[in-house]
Design a protein around this ligand. Structure first.
Ligand SMILES: Cc1ncc(C[n+]2csc(CCOP(=O)(O)OP(=O)(O)O)c2C)c(N)n1
Ligand SMILES: [Mg+2]
Length: 789
């Protein structure tokens, strides 16, 4: 058992090594690897240096295997260096930092191979992710699924300027509501952002804000050298000077060095007595070392601060640091993109006793015995279990999800009915579903599910209206067994929570099947969080309703136009827009399986774009063929013949217009087809995948679903596409086999009116569809039009 000081010495040596390796990684990418693009790795070097000590303290000493960490984006080289020392990262990937298949510039769960817990890059999101990951851990525990697994701490390494991101504050509020525990945020208080020096006194704002939300706040401002100097005669005056020094001045002096500090200290507090002695007995280098010894760069202070936490309340550590510490541009306000020159690097290499050619050697230049370092690393508690990513078996999904049918329904209603049936049963599937909604639980039809399954809270709380026997449609009881997480109106929080719930199998070893509901237009409000949730490969289902202009009279402001395109373009998200409830039930069943598929490129999340428009439901048998068509993205509702002149391809709530138009056209043109498209996204990605496959495996006659559907159509057949959304969603159909297309849809935002008014206004009612079909095809004009009502 090493003594405390020997342990600190080893830790400090490793922190120096981490700083070296991370800087060398960046230097290598800029100056050594042939770099044809002239790509410069900016933003990393100064920003990484801030955190080398703090992260070394955490990973080499404080963390346990069950802890999970979100590393601020620009500290990625530090993270990779630490994993390299542990033996979980290869030299090849570091040499190829930011290159094709090399280590990623921002830690990535999916693209990196060295055990990244949370992907970061869009500042603010990783921070909030840890908070929601902790709530999810509480959820898993409350449901009795933690077994004997110890609780992990969810830790974010946060840039001080990162704290400007609003989503962090939204998350703080939500965390407070749910009695957040086991969450640590370590703010790298280097008082610099990308462009500039941050405002004075920011830490005081952070401190009072975090305390307001029930967090413990630990300020780590002074390192051990500083604390020792404060205890010397004259030390008090030095401390007061440091405390009063403006951020920009402190940064500038750190950049200028010991002599500049000396001049300022002499001019401002020199007294020809004890203070002057304190300053003068140090050389310039020693003075700079003292003044740079802020808490965040002092191993002992950081370890002490972390180890002193003896409770599970959330903690915010504000660790004072210097951006770019130890590097020639430390403290310079322009250092964000700062890079060391070849000469500077050479000088630094020599100073560290690193021989040329030995730059990647793990213990090169350290005075400690390699064997001792090796043992220390392999004994580090964090490293005990090797890779920490867990798995969980798939939950069985019934062959068919049922619902109580009625002749007229909307897909939104249908969604509620399917969940209600699940809630009534006792399947494992139902037990693993967790729903969440940002204050639109009832208005998105989750009411029946919540009535049966209850709301989640760590402590029981009865619905007062119910206990007072006041009649109410909804039962709002909270309990640890509840399965609905009610959120405030913040769509960013919704998607970050989905991201956390949807990674539970990998983090807690227990699979959850999360479902989010929100109004479709507000997907855009949470879009970056949705993107990151998909990027981390979290698995969840989003039911977005109402969508399009079908909520017509209620308000133009709630219309969504771009979301079908988002659904198509979002990687990791399979987007569907069914028209009928039997389609929706099939898609949900498929979705629960898709959310659990594993293996390279397999599975993902699911987006259901639903509507409040009530439609007449088809009375039909759900055959395997039909089922497959629905999940592959399309099927013929009216199959065209050999001489087909026109096809109408529709998606979602405009089904009645398409059906009516096809009936009217069919009066004098016999051969027409009606294509029901349930997923433009699946059709399109199937098509591009087939083309790629044919290109890569020449001669393989693989045809995609849409190619097979359109293959029998004669070349001069016209296709009219129609969707309550942007027309580009289906406009590409003409490229599949070279048919002419008229793409109808919505391009302008905000007009109110009845659905009929609006479909006419936007040129997507039955008559507009007929006009479009006529313009594409030869032959006699269509005799009939829909009569005005
Ligand atoms: C959402 C988002 N906006 C902008 C950026 C670009 N960006 C990267 S780092 C950074 C400044 C970070 O400052 P801070 O959080 O204080 O970290 P430091 O570099 O000081 O360590 C900015 C604006 C980003 N990565 N994400
Ligand atoms: Mg900063």
């Amino acid at each position: 058992m090493a003594t405390e000081s020997a342990r600190l010495e080893l830790l400090s040596a490793l922190a120096r090594k981490v700083l070296w390796l991370s800087s060398w990684t960046i230097h290598h990418a800029n100056h050594i690897r042939p770099n044809v693009d002239g790509l410069k790795v900016g933003g990393h070097q100064a920003s990484s240096a801030s955190l080398a000590t703090i992260m070394s303290a955490l990973y080499f000493s404080v963390l346990r295997p069950q802890d999970r960490v979100a590393v601020k984006p620009h500290a990625s080289p530090v993270f990779h260096a630490i994993q390299y020392l542990f033996g979980h990262q290869t030299r090849e990937k570091l040499e190829n930092f930011r290159g094709f298949k090399g280590a990623q510039s921002y830690p990535s769960r999916t693209k990196d191979t060295d055990d990244v817990d949370f992907s970061t890059g869009s500042v603010g999101l990783g921070v909030a992710q840890t908070l929601f990951a902790s709530l999810v851990q509480d959820y898993v525990k409350a449901h009795g699924w933690m077994k004997d697994r110890p609780e992990g701490r969810m830790i974010a390494l946060v840039g001080d300027a990162e704290m400007d991101e609003g989503n962090i504050f939204e998350a703080l509020l939500e965390g407070w509501k749910h009695g957040l525990r086991n969450t640590w945020w370590v703010v790298d208080y280097n008082r610099q952002s990308l462009d500039a020096v941050v405002r004075e006194g920011l830490w005081e704002k952070f401190e009072s804000m975090f305390r307001n939300f029930g967090w413990d706040v630990v300020i780590v401002k002074y390192g051990r050298l500083m604390r020792a100097a404060f205890a010397e005669p004259g030390g008090e005056a030095l401390k007061s000077w440091i405390d009063a020094c403006p951020n920009a001045m402190y940064a500038a002096l750190c950049f200028q060095g010991g002599a500049a500090f000396r001049k300022h200290l002499r001019d401002e507090i020199g007294d020809q007595g004890v203070v002057s002695q304190l300053i003068d007995k140090r050389s310039d280098d020693e003075l700079l070392e003292l003044m740079s010894n802020l808490g965040g760069h002092d191993m002992a202070s950081m370890c002490e601060a972390f180890e002193a936490v003896d409770h599970d309340r959330p903690v915010c550590f504000i660790a004072y640091t210097i951006k770019g510490v130890g590097l020639p541009f430390q403290g310079h306000k322009d250092n964000h993109a700062g890079l060391m020159t070849v000469t500077q690097m050479e000088k630094w290499r020599t100073a560290q006793n690193i021989r040329p050619g030995q730059e990647w050697e793990r213990f090169e230049g350290l005075s400690q015995e390699p064997a001792a370092l090796e043992t220390f690393l392999s004994d580090a508690p964090f490293n005990r279990d090797g890779r920490r990513r867990l798995t969980a078996p798939a939950i069985e999904v019934p062959e068919r999800l049922s619902f109580k049918p009625s002749p007229q329904m909307s897909t939104q209603q249908g969604f509620g009915l399917v969940l209600n049936e699940l809630a009534r049963g006792d399947s494992e599937l139902a037990a693993r579903i967790v729903t969440a909604s940002p204050d639109v639980t009832v208005s998105t039809n989750l009411g029946a599910w919540v009535n049966r399954r209850g709301l989640f809270a760590r402590a029981e709380k009865a619905d007062l209206f119910r206990s007072e026997k006041i009649p109410s449609t909804f039962n709002w009881d909270f309990s640890p067994k509840g399965q609905h997480i009610e959120l405030g109106i913040a769509e960013m929080n919704l998607f970050i929570l989905m991201s956390a719930l949807g990674l539970s199998h990998a983090i807690n070893g227990e699979r959850l099947l999360p479902i989010a509901t929100l109004y479709d237009p507000f997907i855009q409000r949470g879009l970056d969080a949705l993107n990151y949730a998909c990027y981390q490969d979290a698995r969840f289902m989003v039911a977005a309703t109402p969508s399009g202009i079908t909520l017509a009279p209620e308000g133009g402001a709630h219309q969504s136009i771009a979301t079908p395109l988002i659904g198509m373009a979002q990687d990791g998200l399979a987007a569907f827009e069914p028209a009928f409830v039997d389609e929706l039930a099939v898609i949900m069943g498929w979705g629960f399986q898709h959310m659990q598929r594993e293996g390279a490129g397999e599975g993902g999340s699911v987006y259901l774009r639903l509507s409040t428009r009530t439609l007449e439901q088809p009375q039909r048998m759900m055959t395997p063929d039909l089922q497959k068509g629905i999940t592959d993205g399309a099927y013929w509702l009216r199959k065209p013949g050999e001489n087909c002149e026109a096809v109408i391809a529709y998606t979602g709530a405009v089904a009645p217009e398409a059906i009516e138009a096809i009936g009217l056209i069919g009066e004098n043109r016999r051969d027409v087809g009606l294509l029901a498209i349930t997923s433009a996204d699946r059709l399109h990605s199937g098509w591009t995948a087939a083309r790629r496959m044919r290109r890569d495996h020449r001669g393989l006659p693989h045809l995609s679903h849409i190619e097979r559907l359109l293959a029998p159509l004669p070349r001069d057949c016209g296709i009219v596409t129609v969707i309550d959304g942007h027309p580009a969603t289906l406009g590409w159909l003409g490229s599949v086999r070279g048919h002419r297309v008229e793409a109808l849809g919505v391009e302008q935002f905000g007009q109110t009116g009845t659905i009929d008014d609006l479909y006419r206004h936007h040129g997507m009612d039955a008559n507009a569809i007929i006009d479009a079909a006529e313009s594409l095809t030869a032959g006699a004009p269509v005799r009939h039009r829909k009569m005005a009502v």
